[in-house]
Write a protein that binds this ligand. Structure first.
Ligand SMILES: NC(=O)c1ccc[n+]([C@@H]2O[C@H](COP(=O)([O-])OP(=O)(O)OC[C@H]3O[C@@H](n4cnc5c(N)ncnc54)[C@H](O)[C@@H]3O)[C@@H](O)[C@H]2O)c1
Ligand SMILES: [Zn+2]
Length: 605
């Protein structure tokens, strides 16, 4: 007997009793979280390609959760008394799919099961509906290589009895990955872990009540694919102090440290160590000042510094000549001199403007970056690009000018709006895509941790991004070659920002969509494979970034990209991918570019 609607901790129905007995050995918070998940949705459905481990994982998971394990393929075989290959051969795939839907309809109507579905079960819309409505769907994601290895000698897989099994698996991956992602509540990569490791990950994720793996369709605007509701992420970082991380940007005598950690704003010893001058001007804005100016001022004063605060209005529209003049006015009125260090306390807008002010005030004074947005932590505070906007173009006036230090207090991310956090994640994804596949794999695994502001995950994302960027900057400080790859997705992104009007989409949002477009272009040019393109798209979508480009008009798109700073002699330069982790710069044939525009603006059916 089951009490579907009214189950609570006191319920004695057989399902709950089973779960109770398992949970007797688990932490109380875990019990509560498991209750929330399993009571609401009593079944667990495993989806994924053949050979992804659904049956093996499902059996152990069912045992651990005290649920009943069922395999839909075995169920079909026992009902028909024939093997799957025989049904395929004699009746054909269509008939098999009908049988599969019957079985899935019946099994998902039951309670308390772990169901391993056949790899192609998600093809049917009806099956997808049963699975997503009647249980927690877990997608076991395996790479083509893994699937190939695991199925190589298995003659019972009818779809793989071909001359080119790899090609077939790649084709299945392409077709099915979007369908798996569409209904998955959890995505678990099965590549490098053993079965017990995978089960642990699943148990942990269920317990954490995490919901991941698919962009929330209900919150996406149809036109732009832009996720509007970003309030679903947790606002506070998870508890637990992470270790401070110290990195170095190696530029000879202009080298500087990057300090990453929690509570650095209050660390007066750190301030004394990193800031040499006795006088500092803290440049910030009206949003950040009420949050962090006081604590920074206190620690600077404790470190023996005399502090001059300069508070500007907030926003990209304020990254102007007028704001720059205001900073100079206040510095001069207060008799600041060459020994005054400028401190940028804020996001990329404040960082860029302060850096440029420091580059030009008295022909150059020291400056320190204290980033407070994820985008500034992982990108704008490192590398020495400084500047302001001109009415005719973004970042058109500026200088290369390196800071003396970057101090990234990750606790400041607690107050950052979700939309800004997600925009910062776009630049983190970019670093993985252009140079570090392992980092990309890690994001595929841990994206939900980043979205939930898990302290350790954020620290890792910031540190790895800074390392990657610092390494590129070390090799090509002034962007005469390699550094341009950091603009992956930006040629398209800048066109979106300018075409819609600055501020309509955040920079990171435009870059997120731009990366999908750049991957599409690379694919059309025969460079990047389809699977990597899809992985990039899926990760951008999972971060909650827009995935569909706005319709600016094809000619307007091209016109906007031509005025981008990266165009050389009127020829638009694109950052393209040879493969994940390998980027280069090149112009492209206009016809191919137009194909990409058409494909990315109008969502493929
Ligand atoms: N120099 C570079 O290499 C580089 C690289 C990338 C981007 N950029 C520039 O960076 C700018 C974008 O930076 P951004 O995304 O940080 O935008 P931003 O500086 O405008 O900050 C985003 C918003 O968050 C607010 N904010 C900042 N910290 C906060 C906090 N801790 N809590 C709550 N609110 C907070 C800001 O006041 C602002 O409203 C653009 O101008 C872009 O051109 C520069
Ligand atoms: Zn950027």
């Amino acid at each position: 007997m089951f009490h579907r609607k009214n189950c609570d901790k006191k319920c004695t129905c057989c399902f709950c009793s089973l779960v109770q007995s398992v949970l007797a050995h688990v932490e109380p918070e875990t019990v509560a979280a498991l209750y929330r998940n399993c009571i609401m949705k009593k079944n667990i459905f495993l989806i994924g390609l053949m050979g992804s481990g659904k049956t093996t994982v499902g059996k152990i998971l069912a045992k651990q959760l005290g649920l009943r394990f069922v395999d839909s393929d075995h169920e079909i075989e026992s009902r028909t008394g024939a093997s799957i290959s025989w049904i395929f051969e004699i009746e054909g795939e269509e008939s098999f799919r009908k049988r599969e839907t019957d079985v899935i309809r019946e099994l998902t109507a039951q309670d308390g099961i772990v169901l391993a579905t056949g790899g192609g079960a998600v093809i049917s819309e009806e099956n997808r509906r049963y699975l997503s409505e009647r249980g927690t769907v877990i997608y076991l994601r395996a790479s083509v290589n893994n699937v190939l290895q695991r199925t190589m000698h298995d003659r019972s897989r009818p779809l793989l009895q071909t001359e080119d099994p790899r090609g077939k698996i790649e084709e299945l991956f392409r077709q099915r990955e979007p369908l798996y992602s569409e209904i998955a509540d959890l995505v678990v990569s099965t590549g490098r872990q053993n079965v017990h490791g995978i089960v642990q990950v699943i148990m942990g994720k269920i317990a954490a009540g995490s919901k991941t793996g698919k962009p929330d369709k209900k919150t996406e605007s149809k036109r732009t694919g832009h996720k509007k509701n970003t309030n679903q992420q947790k606002r506070k970082m998870t508890k637990g102090k992470t270790k401070n991380i110290r990195l170095k940007v190696d530029l000879g005598e202009r080298s500087y440290p990057i300090e990453i950690g929690q509570g650095l704003l209050q660390d007066s010893k750190l301030m004394a160590r990193l800031i040499k001058s006795a006088r500092v001007a803290v440049i910030t804005n009206t949003v950040v000042a009420p949050l962090y100016l006081e604590s920074l001022t206190q620690s600077l004063e404790s470190a023996g510094k005399q502090v001059l605060p300069i508070i500007l209005p907030d926003g990209e529209n304020e990254k102007t000549w007028a704001s720059l003049m205001k900073v100079f006015d206040i510095l001069l009125e207060n008799r600041c001199d060459r020994q005054t260090t400028l401190i940028a306390l804020g996001g990329g807008v404040i960082g860029d403007l302060t850096g440029y002010a420091a580059a030009s005030f008295m022909r150059g004074v020291p400056f320190v970056q204290v980033p407070t947005t994820l985008l500034a932590d992982v990108d704008s505070s490192v590398g020495g690009k400084t500047g302001i906007n001109h009415p005719l173009g973004k970042n058109m006036i500026g200088a290369f000018y390196q800071p003396e230090a970057v101090i990234a207090d990750t606790l400041t991310l607690n107050t950052l709006p979700d939309r800004e956090l997600i925009a910062g994640i776009a630049e983190v994804i970019k670093h993985g895509v252009i140079l570090d596949t392992e980092f990309f794999d890690w994001m595929e695994e841990d994206m939900e941790k980043l979205l939930a502001r898990d302290a350790a995950a954020l620290a890792h994302a910031i540190a790895r991004s800074c390392e990657i960027k610092a390494d590129v900057v070390r090799q090509d400080e002034r962007e005469s070659g390699l550094r341009a790859i950091l603009n992956f997705g930006h040629t398209f992104g800048h066109a979106i920002e300018a075409g819609l009007g600055f501020g309509e989409w955040l920079h990171g949002e435009a870059v997120g969509c731009g990366m999908i477009m750049a991957a599409d272009l690379s694919c059309r040019l025969g460079l990047l494979d389809e699977i990597s393109k899809e992985r990039i798209r899926a990760l951008v979508a999972r971060a909650g970034l827009p995935t569909v480009a706005p319709d600016l008009g094809e000619d307007r798109w091209i016109e906007l990209m031509r005025v981008d700073k990266k165009s050389a002699g009127g020829e638009i330069q694109f950052i393209l991918l040879n493969s994940l982790g390998s980027a280069f710069v090149s112009p492209v044939p206009e016809a191919t570019l137009r194909e990409t525009l058409r494909a990315c603006i109008v969502p493929a059916k």
